[in-house]
Design a protein around this ligand. Structure first.
Ligand SMILES: [Zn+2]
Length: 386
């Protein structure tokens, strides 16, 4: 869909304004159907609070987030509907509350799936309610009463790290899904450079293919989310779903950045997290390792790691990161990215980061010290460390 943007008018704008004023982001009474400056400010504030890209327009992803945001916890009954699962902010609040209390709902993905329903049933059993797995007024009351007393960690992330520890340090037999961003009708960042046109979609597919080769050599099962020239551009939610259906252990999305200012440059890595401090501990660790390895091995400027609630990171059920490897719009970064040897260094850095995620903390090694070719040799000789 074409994004709804400043200057637009109509019923869709009126609906957006109503949701925003319900969230106290729009100070007027939310009447009116014109996308004025106040609406744009409110949309930006909303995008910021949800970890979305802040552009002040309502595209598909922001629209879905707004749609989900209409629902406050307790405002409607929640239950598991098989054909069309309920989604919304109220579902996310419920999941976060359950997670804080130690119930296994998986990730707080705002979708009322079977796991959430089971966790609710378990909570109901333990508090003497009818364990029907649906969240009606009695269950809401019980959650409100008990939820506040509970303090503590984030059990689901502890479970995720447990799974990683138990799997041991070897990469052999793991499944990594690599996601080259954009593709098809969406070229991503495009920069004309003399007679050449560099585009993000092609560059990140090249990086993904190199990464695929390196990981496969280390004994990893690798799957790419797209080929070099797909007909259409796969939405992020579908990319996440693909990784879930493959039972991936790790998900790595590759992008390059762009900015009107040619001075902007460097590498940044994103992992799942929200403003209320909910974060994927393993995703955060992987992001930190990948980021540090890339900075150390390539000398790209360090634009650090950041928590984002993008669909790609939110809907994936395994440690997931999105790496923005340099700015195509920066002459300095671009000059390096178009050199295949530089891209090999980027790829080695990512492999080293993934390998380190599987090393127990006490056996972790200094940044830049893993020799990726040794991983390959170890696989060939059948002497994989374990
Ligand atoms: Zn991109």
């Amino acid at each position: 869909m074409r994004p709804i943007r400043p200057g637009d008018r109509g019923p869709a704008v009126a609906e957006i304004r109503t949701v925003l004023s319900g969230l106290d982001l729009l100070t007027s009474d939310g009447q009116g159907d014109s996308y004025d400056a106040a609406t744009e400010r409110a949309v930006r504030a909303f995008q910021q609070s949800r970890g979305l890209s802040v552009d002040g327009r309502v595209g598909a992803e922001t629209w879905r987030a707004l749609d989900a945001a209409r629902w406050r916890f307790g405002a409607r009954a929640l239950y598991h509907a098989v054909s069309e699962p309920l989604t919304g902010e109220d579902v996310r609040s419920l999941q976060e509350r359950l997670l804080e209390m130690g119930y296994d709902v998986g990730r707080a993905d705002a979708i009322y799936g079977i796991r959430t329903s089971r966790a609710v049933a378990q909570f109901q059993r333990e508090t003497g309610l009818d364990p029907d797995g649906a969240c009606g007024p009695h269950t809401v009351d019980a959650l409100r009463r008990l939820g506040r007393k509970v303090v503590g960690g984030r059990p689901q992330w502890l479970r995720e790290s447990d799974a990683i520890r138990q799997a041991g340090p070897t990469l052999v037999g793991r499944t990594v899904v690599i996601d080259p961003g954009h593709g098809g009708t969406d070229p991503g960042v495009v920069v004309p450079d003399g007679p050449l046109r560099w585009n993000e979609a092609d560059l990140v597919h090249d990086l993904a293919s190199r990464l695929e080769g390196r990981l496969a050599a280390a004994g990893v099962r690798v799957q790419l989310t797209r080929g070099p020239s797909p007909r259409t551009c796969l939405p992020d939610a579908d990319r996440a779903e693909l990784a879930n259906s493959l039972g991936a252990d790790v998900f790595i999305s590759l992008h390059t950045d762009g900015h009107v200012n040619p001075e902007a440059g460097g590498v940044a890595t994103y992992h799942y997290g929200t403003d209320n401090g909910v974060t994927s501990a393993t995703g955060e660790r992987l992001a930190g390792l990948v980021q540090r390895e890339i900075v150390a091995r390539t000398g790209l400027r360090d634009c650090r790691t950041h928590a984002k609630a993008w669909e790609l990171l939110r809907l994936t059920r395994m440690p997931a990161v999105r790496v923005e490897v340099g700015y195509l719009t920066s002459p300095e970064d671009r000059g390096r990215l178009i050199d295949p040897r530089f891209r090999d260094r980027v790829v080695e850095a990512i492999v080293a980061g993934v390998q380190r995620m599987y090393l127990p903390i006490e056996r972790d090694v200094p940044t830049g010290s893993i020799d990726v070719s040794e991983l390959r040799a170890a696989v060939a000789a059948g002497t994989v460390v374990d």
